[in-house]
Design a protein around this ligand. Structure first.
Ligand SMILES: *Cc1c(COP(=O)(O)O)cnc(C)c1O
Length: 383
């Protein structure tokens, strides 16, 4: 049905009406006092979301730009970095680090499994010369629906004493607690089309004091992504280059909704949706790709063995106007992924589960007990 598409992918995520309306306003001058007020307000909102008193800078760019900026502003030519890789995004940060000539040591886990914090501890303890300058880790690995144990890995990084931690929090921020100051996270990157409930186009980088100190020594090439420029402009509630003015309007509106709901309530909602989705898939008899102990609050990957995951997705889209995400790389056709990140209500989860059940009936693989998925999800949602 025209104009009825429901996004249940891990980004872009659904956008509340007040943010959409804000986007449609006439742009204003980005050097005006009115715009400075918006920068001041959104900066406070972003600090609230990141649980930090430090800087959170806004770039016109996607989440990858934010992460690339974080990496190239605190490191120097030939620096050694320890990169966690257990999916598509971990793989990407390895590639970015290599593109800048960094000396990359990779810690891998199989797709669908979490990174082993012990492997980080061992590598960091073995580094007596303190050659490792940063640990780069993806918190919620969107490609597989696995959440990595950032808290424990970060503790090992802190014990090392020299290395910074650079975190891809693109699908964890706004879904689960990422307490930047409490944990002493040095660099945290994210993007607007995920937990922020607005369209793609903004990248966010939180930088702690240790990260700023490292940035003074950093000699990697940069210009547009030189965060010192953004920090300086931010002192004046401004931007070094023309910002995405209308996305700022939308950001102010969506963050107001988030603040009204409250951080703990937002995290509880994402956890409830994670549990409801998983319970539903189990009740339907569809295997889950990630173990319960490390399942992402933002996305659930389902591996419907014996069924083409793309066929399920196709029916859910064409018959029910719900867009699920497919599997990436070797997982294409093997998994589909249900996004429950951002502006997602209990109703959306119930309807997505019902649509998946409907698709299974249509594909000749009906659940043993019709409606079992909806019933299981509803039971979790009702607490
Ligand atoms: C979406 C996403 C990104 C950023 O991707 P962009 O397309 O550059 O916004 C980075 N990491 C994770 C885990 C993601 O889900």
């Amino acid at each position: 049905m025209k104009d009825k598409l429901q996004l249940m992918i891990p980004g872009p995520t659904p956008v509340p009406e007040s943010a959409l309306v804000a986007l449609g306003r006439h742009p204003i001058g980005h050097r005006s006092a009115d715009f400075q007020k918006i920068v001041a307000r959104t900066t406070e909102q972003l600090q609230w979301l990141h649980q930090t008193r430090g800087s959170v800078l806004v770039l016109a760019g996607s989440g990858t730009a934010a992460m690339e900026a974080g990496i190239i502003n605190v490191l120097s030519r030939g620096d050694r970095v320890l990169c966690g890789d257990n999916g598509k995004f971990g793989e990407r940060w390895v590639k970015v680090a290599k593109a800048y000539g960094l000396d990359v040591q990779t810690i891998r886990a199989e797709w669908g499994q979490p990174l082993d914090p012990e492997a980080f501890r061992e590598a960091l303890e073995a580094d007596r010369e303190k050659a490792i300058k940063a640990v780069i880790i993806t918190h919620s690995e969107t490609s597989t629906g696995v959440i990595n144990d950032l808290e424990t890995i970060n503790r090992h990084v802190k014990a090392h004493g020299e290395a910074l931690i650079i975190v891809d929090a693109v699908t964890s921020l706004g879904a689960t607690s990422v307490p930047v100051d409490d944990w002493g996270l040095d660099v945290v990157g994210s993007g607007s089309q995920k937990g922020y409930m607005i369209p793609p186009g903004l990248g966010f980088v939180a930088m702690g004091e240790r990260a700023w100190a490292a940035s003074k020594r950093s000699d990697l090439p940069k210009f547009y992504l030189d965060l010192a420029k953004y920090r300086k402009a931010a002192e004046d509630n401004s931007n070094p280059f023309t910002p995405a003015v209308n996305l700022y309007f939308a950001l102010e509106a969506s963050m107001a909704i988030m603040q009204e709901e409250g951080l703990q309530a937002i995290f509880a909602r994402h956890d409830r949706h994670r549990r409801a989705t998983r319970a539903a898939m189990e009740a339907i008899g569809l295997p889950l790709y990630a173990p319960a102990t490390c399942s992402s609050p933002a996305i659930t990957a389902v591996a419907p063995d014996g069924l083409d995951a793309e066929a399920v997705r196709k029916v859910v889209k064409s018959r029910y106007d719900i867009l699920l995400a497919g599997g990436q790389d070797h997982l294409k056709g093997k998994v589909f992924r249900i996004g429950h990140l951002g502006f997602v209500a209990d109703r959306d989860v119930l309807v997505a589960v019902a649509a998946i059940e409907g698709a299974l009936v249509e594909l000749g693989r009906p659940p043993v007990q019709p409606g079992a998925g909806v019933a299981a999800a509803a039971a979790v949602l009702q607490g």
